[in-house]
Design a protein around this ligand. Structure first.
Ligand SMILES: NC(=O)c1ccc[n+]([C@@H]2O[C@H](COP(=O)([O-])OP(=O)(O)OC[C@H]3O[C@@H](n4cnc5c(N)ncnc54)[C@H](O)[C@@H]3O)[C@@H](O)[C@H]2O)c1
Length: 424
């Protein structure tokens, strides 16, 4: 318990989890009263796995007709969403669907979220950037993640690339949280190492970032009566804590051996727990800067988070000392001196990023030094994330973190070495 907390906790209406649990879905769809749905996926799943055909046949046996749209692509753009809306509406020929199902990574889930908004009346998805009217009809969503993960199956947002914006944009509303999040870890067994690494670091980032974010008691909800994100509280921190522990134990294992069933299941839990934390607490600088890095480099979401995470941790040592020590213990940092243990966290996280094969500096991501100022500006422009960074001097720290990430400088690591030498 934390005495000052002001909890506003939101989650998917139903969370179904477990190896093989996808077999339960057709009967559940029928029980929920759905009769005609749209399955949003991509050609990997329709072509190389049996899951789409199995679901369509299972639905038919339960009297639920499913149309398949497999035009999903990594990092969906607003243009892709609008093209999908037009294509699906043409196929529906005026006979509406009563639900949408997403099968895939965060990209397919986000495309499906966009379609939940746009299919009812054919609007362009950009019409929903910013605020969504209370009267807007939104189709219910069943989200089945195949990566572990983005956590999009538990969050209120769809993250989209907008050709007119330097950073990614968000369509956000608590009514976009899935009616059903069905997390079958078996879906992740086919993930190649790079997708596993990207998604796994994304989950770790969600857990750590929301564990350290602004407290709910001082979070600016902007007068919103139904906020999607509202700062950390004891409940979100419980989930984040367990997620960090699971990532520490299973992330590297799942990348090194995709056939490690325990590690795959462990990361599926880690991803969901992280989403149950950040899906209410919210995120801040890692994602804010990562969106700007993605705008410049078009690197994947996990990669752009991975490169920033150590440097953001490095900048929070003074304001989140106790939590940093807890993270050190969760990551099994074998150091008895608490100050040294806490100071080692950014370096240990950077070693993990390198061990899963992701870049550890912005230079390695292809960013030129002359582009650093623009990067800082673009990142600060994502105001909803910048304002949740729990420091008094947000602009100055963004500037320092981006410069350190470009050069590969960790200040806490240097401090830890000095302390270790003194202690010896
Ligand atoms: N809405 C949210 O709350 C939220 C949160 C975090 C990230 N995101 C978004 O999610 C996207 C990233 O999602 P992601 O990391 O899950 O990757 P992804 O969905 O972009 O998928 C990457 C590639 O991996 C393939 N793939 C996915 N699962 C697979 C499997 N089981 N086997 C084989 N191949 C598989 C996909 O077909 C695709 O080609 C980004 O666009 C990011 O912005 C959204």
């Amino acid at each position: 318990m934390r005495v000052e907390d002001l909890v506003y906790f939101c989650a998917p209406a139903r969370l179904v989890m477990g190896a093989g649990c996808r077999a339960q879905l057709p009967a559940l769809l029928r029980r929920l009263g759905y009769r005609r749905g749209l399955l949003v996926t991509d050609t990997f799943f329709s072509g190389a796995t049996p899951w789409v055909d199995e679901l369509v046949a299972g639905g038919r046996a339960q009297g639920v007709e499913l149309l398949v749209y497999d035009g999903g692509m990594p990092d969906p753009t607003t243009t892709l969403c609008d093209a999908a809306t037009a294509a699906v509406r043409e196929r529906l020929a005026g006979v509406p669907v009563d639900h949408v199902i997403a099968l895939g990574g965060g990209s397919n889930i986000d495309l499906a979220k966009a379609l939940c908004l746009t299919l009812p009346d054919g609007s362009a998805v950009r019409a929903f950037l910013g605020k969504i009217d209370a009267g807007t009809p939104i189709l219910p969503l069943v989200a089945m993640p195949t990566t572990a993960g983005t956590g999009s199956e538990a969050t209120p947002g769809a993250i989209l690339v907008d050709p007119d914006n330097a950073t990614k944009v968000a369509v956000m509303d608590n009514r976009l949280r899935p009616a059903v999040a069905l997390v079958d870890p078996e879906f992740t067994y086919t993930c190649p190492p790079r997708v596993t690494a990207d998604a796994g670091i994304d989950a770790l980032t969600h857990a750590i970032e929301s564990y350290l974010t602004l407290d709910s008691a001082i979070f600016d909800r902007g007068g919103e009566a139904d906020p999607g994100y509202s700062g950390r509280n004891a409940l979100t921190m419980l989930f984040a804590h367990e997620s960090i522990r699971l990532c520490g134990r299973y992330l590297l294992r799942s990348v090194q051996d995709g056939g490690d069933r325990e590690a795959r299941i462990g990361m599926s839990y880690a991803s969901v727990y992280a989403a149950l934390s950040y899906g209410s607490a919210g995120l801040n600088a890692v994602h804010g800067i990562a969106y700007a890095v993605a705008g410049q480099t078009h690197l994947s979401h996990g990669t752009t988070n991975a490169v920033m995470l150590p440097y953001v941790l490095d900048a929070l040592g003074d304001v989140r000392r106790e939590e940093m020590l807890a993270i050190a213990r969760l990551l099994d940092i074998a150091e008895t001196d608490p100050d040294i243990a806490a100071a080692r966290v950014p370096g240990v996280v950077r070693e993990l990023v390198a061990a899963v094969g992701l870049p550890t500096t912005l230079r390695d991501c292809g960013i030129e030094q002359r582009d650093v100022d623009a990067l800082v500006r673009d990142a600060l422009d994502v105001a909803r994330l910048a304002k949740a960074f729990p420091v008094p001097d947000v602009s100055a720290r963004y500037d320092a973190m981006v410069r350190n990430a470009w050069a590969g400088t960790l200040t806490a690591e240097a401090g830890a070495s000095v302390q270790r030498r003194r202690a010896a």
